[in-house]
Design a protein. Structure first.
Length: 261
């Protein structure tokens, strides 16, 4: 029986940025600049993908396609995807520093993992340029993984491809995909982990799938919290999650129960 050697975390919505709001705000502003007002649900559906792929996926949504035709008088093109993407990059670069606060229990959990000799890796839907802002800001607030990789390091083949995970395993010298777990807050995170051949864990509170900020979540009644948590749990399970945890404080206890053969 082997022990878990590494945990590969996502960033926004998993370890920082409760509710994953930086990308949502940037995507909405980018589309609005082109006369299209996407819903929050439309923005969140592809969350976790490489940002260009995210916008391309949104453009293919029936309502947004029809809105684009109505506003611009023609079907959108790859050049239009490029233009919206460039606008979103500008928008997010201006606000990212505001969304790098570690989520509850992250700093304590990472300290416990390191005490156990477990390494901390990370993958992200952000670009290297975005991470140049996020990583130092998170470090100031107490969170710093041992390694991180964006899709810039994998020929822009982001989630659900597993290649960012493989980069982490190489850098951290992990002996096998079975000796690491992936933790994330989107369907794309879960699929990334499964495509890498590893255990995938979804996190409920503060996730993109839940889509609530801390104040909105705490304002829910206990009954509504339970209903919302169950909804998020089903989303993760439907895309193949092996486990689902309520928050980061539950991770180490879960890892104690996982047997790696």
């Amino acid at each position: 029986m082997s022990k878990i050697e590494a945990v590969i975390f996502d960033w926004a919505g998993t370890t920082v940025d409760y509710g994953c709001f930086a990308p949502v705000r940037a995507f909405i502003e980018a589309f609005k600049a082109f006369g299209i007002e996407p819903t929050v649900d439309e923005v969140r559906a592809p969350m976790g993908m490489l940002k260009w792929d995210h916008i391309h996926t949104m453009m293919q949504m029936d309502r947004i396609t029809e809105e684009w035709k109505r506003v611009h008088g023609k079907m959108w093109t790859k050049e239009d995807v490029d233009a919206v993407y460039q606008k979103s990059e500008t928008s997010i670069m201006d606000i990212l520093y505001q969304y790098s606060e570690p989520k509850p229990y992250v700093i304590e959990t990472v300290a416990e993992l390191r005490m156990r000799g477990i390494k901390i890796g990370s993958t992200t839907g952000y670009t290297d340029e975005m991470m140049d802002i996020v990583v130092p800001e998170a470090k100031k607030r107490g969170y710093e993984p041992d390694a991180w990789f964006s899709a810039n390091s994998t020929g822009n083949m982001g989630r659900p491809y597993p290649f960012m995970i493989f980069k982490n395993l190489e850098a951290l010298k992990v002996s096998s995909v079975r000796a690491a777990v992936k933790v994330g807050d989107t369907a794309a995170d879960i699929r990334e982990g499964k495509n890498a051949g590893m255990i995938s864990i979804g996190i409920i509170e503060g996730s993109s799938v839940m889509g609530l900020n801390a104040e909105e979540y705490e304002a829910l009644s206990d009954e509504k919290k339970e209903i919302e948590c169950e909804r998020v749990r089903r989303v993760y399970e439907d895309c193949g999650a092996d486990y689902v945890i309520k928050n980061m404080g539950d991770l180490c206890q879960l890892l104690d129960t996982i047997v790696i053969k």
